[in-house]
Design a protein around this ligand. Structure first.
Ligand SMILES: NC(=O)c1ccc[n+]([C@@H]2O[C@H](COP(=O)([O-])OP(=O)(O)OC[C@H]3O[C@@H](n4cnc5c(N)ncnc54)[C@H](O)[C@@H]3O)[C@@H](O)[C@H]2O)c1
Ligand SMILES: O=c1ccn([C@@H]2O[C@H](COP(=O)(O)OP(=O)(O)O[C@H]3O[C@H](CO)[C@@H](O)[C@H](O)[C@H]3O)[C@@H](O)[C@H]2O)c(=O)[nH]1
Length: 322
């Protein structure tokens, strides 16, 4: 297949691009490099430097490529930042995605895999969260993605636009030669690994007063390789389904302190911590039920253990600064 990957210079889009290429597909990456580098684009992928908001460029790219599907990763991704600058999230994640959808409709492209998020759920009423849970984001980032889900639903109903919305929980780990290096970094695991490498003094713990077993937030970490595999399955499934919505996580929650403890075990380093106030917008607990995608598409995580996920991130992290 010939696939357009938006945000393909980023962490997850770059991983999926490499896995698509390895499986024999052709990939064009569209990225404005606002949070990544040209050197992160996979060898073997075509690269178009540009912004999703640039309708003529997006339309030309689609016309030239005649793609079998679009995988849409490009977005701003920090829930914490979105509590300070909501407008840039609605502009970049919601409005620019509408531009992409318009360009797809105008050029006869009707298959999209969308990077949605656990942040669409907000503070859950029951755990683990399944796809029918209430959608009540606690931050503008989650809302900016939920608005895209609403647009997609109407595009499907009215234009028979086919889409898979994948609601990722916390993605971590690395494949060979490619891992998490957000620019700048705000994510828990790579920041702790920076402490293990001596590049940061300590890890800040955002909040010790959550209603959890040790007072820190609980998240469900999924290996980026398992997540990437779900994208290939979802795109194929759009051959016989027009609307798919799936959670992607491992169904097990870990507190921030448990993640730090896992990094200590894996790296053998002490990892000093510093306690801070809560980061506004963070839900206390986000744990997925991924039973639906397992039952319907046969998806299965192969790297579900937290220590395994962190070991793969550590393996890559030690080489990334060399
Ligand atoms: N990392 C996670 O744990 C996680 C969890 C849930 C959902 N997601 C979603 O997955 C997707 C990828 O996340 P990631 O961790 O790889 O982030 P990332 O920042 O590494 O990648 C995003 C890429 O999109 C590009 N981009 C942003 N806005 C753009 C625009 N307007 N035009 C063109 N390119 C643009 C950036 O330059 C970057 O290369 C995002 O949509 C994010 O919301 C990520
Ligand atoms: O220096 C840090 C960084 C994070 N945290 C905490 O660690 C947890 C995980 O935080 P982070 O790694 O920043 O991820 P999330 O805020 O949970 O968001 C990620 O996971 C979401 C899905 O759950 C995605 O939608 C987002 O794009 C992605 O950034 C949260 O409780 C944070 O408060 C800290 O205590 N200290």
């Amino acid at each position: 297949m010939n696939i357009l990957v938006t945000g393909g210079a980023g962490y997850i889009g770059g991983t999926v691009t490499r896995m698509l290429l390895a499986a024999g597909h052709s990939v064009t990456v569209l990225d404005n490099l606002c949070h990544s580098k040209r050197s992160a684009v996979a060898e073997g992928a075509e690269f178009v430097f540009g912004d999703l908001a640039d309708r003529p460029l997006v339309e030309k790219t689609l016309k030239d490529g005649r793609f079998d599907g679009v995988m849409h990763f490009a977005a701003l991704i920090e829930a914490g930042e979105s509590m300070k600058k909501p407008e840039i999230y609605f502009r970049n994640n919601t409005a620019s995605t509408l531009t992409l959808l318009e360009a797809m409709l105008a050029t006869g492209h009707d298959r999209l895999v969308f990077s949605s998020t656990a942040a669409c759920y907000g503070e859950p009423e029951t755990t683990p969260i399944d796809e029918d849970a209430k959608l009540q984001p606690t931050n503008p980032y989650g809302e900016s993605k939920l608005l895209v889900e609403h647009m997609l639903r109407w595009m499907n109903l009215i234009h028979n636009f086919k889409y898979a919305s994948l609601r990722y929980f916390n993605v971590a780990g690395a494949i060979e030669g490619y891992g998490e290096a957000h620019e700048p970094e705000s994510h828990l695991i790579p920041l702790i690994l920076d402490v293990a490498l001596g590049r940061r003094e300590n890890i800040k713990i955002f909040g010790r007063d959550y209603p959890t077993k040790d007072g820190t937030c609980i998240r469900d970490y999924i290996h980026v390789r398992d997540l990437a595999e779900a994208h290939l399955l979802a795109l194929e499934a759009l051959n016989h389904n027009s609307r798919l919505i799936y959670n992607l996580g491992n169904g097990q929650g870990f507190t921030v302190l448990e993640v730090i403890e896992s990094v200590r075990r894996v790296t053998g380093k002490p990892i000093p911590v510093e306690e801070h106030e809560r980061r506004p917008g963070d839900p206390a607990v986000l744990v997925a039920s991924s039973e639906k995608i397992k039952a319907e598409l046969g998806w299965k995580p192969h790297l579900a253990e937290l220590d395994t996920i962190i070991a793969s991130a550590w393996e890559w992290h030690q080489r990334r600064y060399v």
